[in-house]
Design a protein around this ligand. Structure first.
Ligand code: SF4
Length: 214
């Protein structure tokens, strides 16, 4: 678990933001990465509850107390492995999800809940920065082909899972770029487009084929 009584020692962490006077000069994301120590302290607040309500709050079933503890222990690569075991694209959910896990967090009954989404985001950002996120093409191909219609987050996740299972996957997208709602429905200040592009590069390297404008 995190630190015993860590929840009594440390406060909830809010993501720092760029000053509004600077922020209005462009449409980019305006958050600033917290210090690593602050994220570890946030992981320390997790009580590793006997019945972790955060689990049932998360639609993906993310193993939240496990990655909270790994961050507290400064084991970021292990945290990334835990996070990716249930979530193909934590860099999307870490920016966009309304965080029902935090609504469900047991600590939230008496104190502000653990900043779970923030921890999630910075685990995966660390993973990209360190080069830990590498293409994982399947060792064997099944000879079967799969068409995925639409390259929104659900299509991309389905494509990655099916490709990793060995099928030859082609994603068909009607727009001229990949991403669906991620690209055409989410403004840059919530998520810049390079966040989509760097993940798509991984998917292409894994062997997934994309066809746009179809
Ligand atoms: S409910 Fe909150 S405190 Fe309990 S395990 Fe989940 S994140 Fe940690």
């Amino acid at each position: 678990m995190g630190k015993i009584k860590g929840f009594m020692e440390f406060d909830r962490l809010k993501e720092p933001v760029i000053d509004a006077k600077e922020r209005i000069k462009n449409y980019n994301e305006f958050t600033v990465a917290p210090e690593e120590k602050k994220l570890q302290e946030q992981g320390a607040r997790c009580m590793d509850c006997g019945v972790p309500f955060c689990h049932s709050g998360c639609p993906l079933g993310n193993l939240i107390p496990d990655f909270n503890d790994a961050v507290y222990q400064n084991e970021w690569q292990r945290a990334l492995t835990i996070l990716h075991s249930t979530n193909n694209f934590p860099e999307f959910t870490g920016r966009l999800c309304p965080a029902p896990c935090e609504e469900a967090c047991v600590l939230g009954i008496v104190n502000p809940p653990v900043s779970i989404e923030l921890i999630e985001k910075y685990i995966v950002e660390r993973g990209f920065a360190e080069g830990w996120i590498k293409p994982q093409p399947p060792e064997q191909r099944t000879g079967k082909t799969v068409a995925v219609v639409g390259s929104g987050p659900a299509g991309l996740a389905a494509a990655q899972q099916l490709n990793r299972a060995g099928h030859a996957v082609t994603v068909f997208e009607r727009d001229n770029k990949i991403g669906g709602l991620l690209r055409y429905g989410i403004p840059d200040f919530k998520m810049e487009k390079n966040v989509i592009d760097r993940r798509v590069d991984v998917l292409i390297a894994e062997g997934i084929e994309f066809k746009c404008n179809v």
